[in-house]
Design a protein around this ligand. Structure first.
Ligand code: ZN
Length: 90
C-alpha cells in the first residue's frame, strides 16, 4: 500500500497534542474529549494494506455489464489543520 501525503512518525502536529485521558475507561476517550486519542483513532483507521473494492462496469442505463473487483494499492490522505487525517481517497 502506497500512502500519499504521509508524514514520518512524530512530525504531524496532532502528535504533539498531549493525551489528557485519565485512569480507567470512564476517564478516557471517547468518554473524555481527548484530541490526541481522537486524531490517533483517525490515523489508525487508515488502511495499511492493499484492499479490494467492487468496480463493476455500468452502461449508461445504469445496468451492470461486467462484474469485477479492483485492488486498491495507493491512497491519498486528506489532512486537517492539525495534520490530522480527516479522510482518504483512492
Ligand atoms: Zn487520550
Amino acid at each position: 500500500m502506497k500512502i500519499n501525503n504521509s508524514k514520518p512518525k512524530g512530525v504531524a502536529l496532532w502528535e504533539s497534542i498531549k493525551c489528557c485521558c485519565g485512569v480507567g475507561v470512564v476517564n478516557s476517550f471517547p468518554l473524555v474529549e481527548c484530541s490526541h486519542c481522537r486524531f490517533q483513532k483517525c490515523w489508525d483507521s487508515v488502511p495499511q494494506k492493499n484492499f479490494t473494492v467492487n468496480n463493476d462496469i455500468i452502461d449508461k442505463n445504469g445496468k451492470i455489464t461486467k462484474k469485477q473487483n479492483k485492488t486498491v494499492s495507493e491512497i491519498t490522505l486528506v489532512r486537517g489543520s492539525f495534520d490530522d487525517v480527516i479522510g482518504w481517497t483512492f
